[in-house]
Design a protein around this ligand. Structure first.
Ligand SMILES: [Cu+2]
Length: 304
């Protein structure tokens, strides 16, 4: 039967306009969101009914004189303790293990795609290991406006790394592991369609994973108020077919290799290869003339 309109109560969360689901574990999250919403609806109706019952039951006409003793049994205390026990059980028995499966039990099979995402005020930068499948190191010495994550192209493994902003490309039906960090303040890498979000914290690399199940373009947003440009801190998650993904990686990796190798060779030729400043603990730390080149070029600060 075709109705001229759609009935609004397929499920509560659909009715409330939850974004389209596009990840493998997302159905579980939706199930939980639905259950919680139905439970809250039940509590709302129940407590409202109780509220009106109490107003009627203790109306002034029937109770001209107030009783000051109140309830003398311990029933309500026991009930409260019962509620606390159930809530602790929900937290330890369900919530913690479910979360642990997202942030600890990483897929070992299924040929996962691994990439790094870095939040900054106000955008995201994505680093792919490229065709050599090795992430190049990053170094603070290499940071400049065009290279905000400090990809260290002095290292060979870094030169073919694909570094992009704004668009993150992943293949469909393959687990995606994201190593998440931030350059400045705490951000939150949120993908509503994938039903996953994780805080990005400067100084630590936090992994998260999901498996996209539908091709298409989805939103990546920042889920933590992180400053004046927070509203614009978006990126696009593009889920493509396996072939499209391989092609994309190959094309961008080839271009990156060419550009970075040229930059490196030019710097060597002109003698302008960046040299790391000595670190605390190095022999010449604190020496004011330390950036004259006596440290050579292999002080790469590795983030492996
Ligand atoms: Cu942010």
């Amino acid at each position: 039967m075709n109705l001229p309109f759609t009935l609004p109560l397929a499920t509560i969360i659909e009715w409330m306009g939850i974004p389209e689901l596009a990840s493998e574990h997302g159905a579980m999250i939706d199930h939980m969101l639905n259950a919680v919403h139905y439970f809250m609806l039940f509590l709302f109706v129940g407590w409202t009914a109780f509220f009106f019952y109490v107003i009627w039951r203790f109306r002034q006409k029937k109770n001209p004189k107030a009783k000051y003793h109140g309830i003398r049994s311990h029933f309500s205390t026991h009930l409260e303790i019962g509620v606390v026990i159930v809530e602790v059980m929900l937290l330890i028995g369900f919530a913690f293990p479910l979360w642990a499966s997202r942030v600890h039990d990483f897929p070992t099979g299924g040929n996962p795609v691994v990439l790094r995402a870095t939040g900054w005020q106000f955008g995201w930068t994505f680093q792919y290991p490229g065709q050599d499948m090795k992430f190049g190191p990053r170094s603070e010495t290499m940071v400049e406006p065009a290279n905000n994550i400090g990809l260290d192209w002095r290292d060979e493994t870094a030169r073919d790394d694909v570094v992009v902003s704004r668009t993150m490309v992943v293949p469909v039906n393959r687990p995606v592991i994201i190593q998440l960090t931030s350059l400045d303040v705490i951000h939150n890498f949120a993908m509503p369609n994938m039903r996953i979000a994780q805080d990005a914290i400067p100084g630590s690399e936090i992994p998260m994973w999901f498996t996209p199940t539908k091709t298409g373009a989805y939103d990546v947003v920042c889920g933590q108020l992180c400053g004046s440009g927070h509203y614009a801190m978006q990126a696009v998650l593009e889920v493509v077919t396996a072939e499209e993904y391989e092609e994309w990686v190959k094309m961008n990796s080839d271009t990156a290799l060419k550009t970075n190798t040229a930059t490196y060779e030019k710097a060597v030729e002109e003698g302008t290869l960046p040299v790391d400043k000595p670190k605390k603990g190095d022999k010449n730390y604190g020496d004011d003339h330390s950036d004259e080149g006596q440290h050579g070029g292999d002080h790469e600060e590795s983030t492996h």
